[in-house]
Design a protein around this ligand. Structure first.
Ligand SMILES: Cc1cc2nc3c(=O)[nH]c(=O)nc-3n(C[C@H](O)[C@H](O)[C@H](O)COP(=O)(O)OP(=O)(O)OC[C@H]3O[C@@H](n4cnc5c(N)ncnc54)[C@H](O)[C@@H]3O)c2cc1C
Length: 383
């Protein structure tokens, strides 16, 4: 969008476009909520067999080892065809963390199933009493010989009710000061006895996340990533990957397409004032693609994303909400329709996308928290 493909990239783009057109089932296109695993995982497996499930992963771990521009091409082509949201906790969150911090045995155990799509991961960070103030988390892991005993409660855990594994932050030293010095990073088998998962419905009507209760759950000591009590450093590295991954412009590109379709159908496209707002939105989507590309480039050279992941998270999430609002404007009186609106140019789901976008300024750390990070770590402002 903000650069021209080289001849090799143009060829790659055509290959991706043709393959996606031929292989992505029609029922999975243009979905505004993440489809359930029974619908989504066959598509995950198809991408995996093609070798395209993990464009950003090195080949040694089963990834595609794609160049930055190839990753952008994939993003743009996935958006063009309206590809659904994949479960990204394995691919974008824990995968890169295992590559950086895990032992060889842990990598060998956990990385191949992520690429194959034979396991689904969830993230156990937030608790009823610990969200923005994550260091106050209280889920306790007590080391007893060769295993930990876990007692506590996580909440807002995306896809916990579909997951096989959780990467979790647990308190291993309740006396530690500062508090984050007593936290460890553990991998928990979600099929262990003593785990209860209770799904929660979101404002958009999907059961995207859950509460998870741990009642004396036994976890082998070998599931610790890094050193005991050193989980905070790993937790933050993972949040950088999460903020960057969730800022992928695919969803903004798809939202822009929804607005265009809706505006043509409703006739508001002829209004010059609307055209101005649409042009501004399209420019911001291009800016996001450029920002994303730059942030991925910085991450590739430093391994973990720095504070730029907070800047891009603010921009991407607030842009997605603005696009949702512009779609509502484009739909006019049809906007509150429950479900997709039928138009001469195809179906457009305005309301669900609008409601879905409420969450993006909250997960991965709210916009307020990202602004605090930027204030402290980029601008060096006083606390
Ligand atoms: C769709 C969705 C999926 C999620 N998935 C997961 C998941 O898979 N795993 C997981 O662990 N968590 C997940 N979360 C939880 C998410 O990380 C938390 O909701 C988020 O960190 C905010 O915490 P909280 O909800 O406790 O809000 P609080 O921390 O109570 O914040 C409430 C409000 O106060 C503001 N605020 C708080 N502290 C400050 C401050 N110091 N300065 C300025 N403003 C402040 C916040 O910005 C927010 O507006 C998910 C959330 C959503 C919405």
């Amino acid at each position: 969008m903000f650069r021209r493909d080289t001849p090799a990239e143009a060829e790659f783009r055509m290959e991706v476009r043709t393959w996606l057109e031929a292989n992505l089932p029609a029922a999975l296109r243009g979905r505004t909520t993440r489809p359930p695993p029974s619908e989504l995982m066959p598509w995950y497996h198809t991408l995996s067999r093609k070798g395209w499930i993990a464009p950003h992963w090195p080949r040694q771990y089963g990834g595609m080892g794609a160049t930055l521009n190839e990753q952008i091409v994939m993003t743009e082509e996935l958006a063009r065809v309206g590809a659904p949201h994949l479960p990204v906790q394995g691919l974008n969150h824990i995968g890169p963390i295992l590559m950086e911090f895990a032992s060889d045995a842990q990598k060998a155990q956990h990385l191949p199933p992520i690429v194959e799509g034979s396991v689904i991961w969830c993230q156990g960070y937030s608790e009823p009493g610990a969200g923005s103030d994550l260091a106050s988390l209280s889920t306790r892991a007590t080391l007893e010989g060769d295993h930990f005993v876990i007692k506590g409660h996580k909440i807002w855990t995306t896809w916990a009710h579909h997951s096989d594994w959780m990467f979790a932050l647990v308190r291993t030293d309740p006396q530690a000061q500062p508090r984050h010095a007593g936290i460890s990073f553990l991998l928990i088998d979600m099929h262990s006895p003593g785990i209860t998962v209770r799904p929660i419905k979101t404002i958009a009507g999907d059961d995207e996340f859950s509460e998870v209760f741990f009642d004396d759950v036994i976890v082998p000591a070998g599931n610790l990533i890094g050193k005991l009590h050193d989980g905070w450093r790993i937790a933050n590295a993972l949040l950088g990957h999460e903020r960057l991954g969730t800022s992928n412009p695919q969803f903004a590109l798809m939202a822009l397409e929804r607005i265009r379709t809706m505006a043509r159908a409703s006739g508001i496209m002829a209004d010059p004032a609307f055209q101005d707002r649409l042009a501004a939105a399209a420019i911001n989507v291009t800016v996001l693609t450029a920002l994303f590309s730059h942030a991925v480039e910085l991450t590739n050279s430093a391994q973990s994303p720095g504070p730029e992941s907070s800047i891009i998270k603010i921009f991407a999430s607030e842009l997605l909400q603005a696009l949702g609002e512009l779609a509502v404007e484009a739909a006019g009186g049809h906007a509150p329709a429950d479900g997709p609106i039928a138009t001469d140019f195809g179906e457009v789901d305005v309301a669900t996308a609008f409601l879905q976008a409420r969450r993006v300024t909250i997960y991965g750390g709210s916009s307020e928290i990202q602004r605090n990070v930027v204030a402290r770590r980029v601008l060096n402002l006083p606390n």
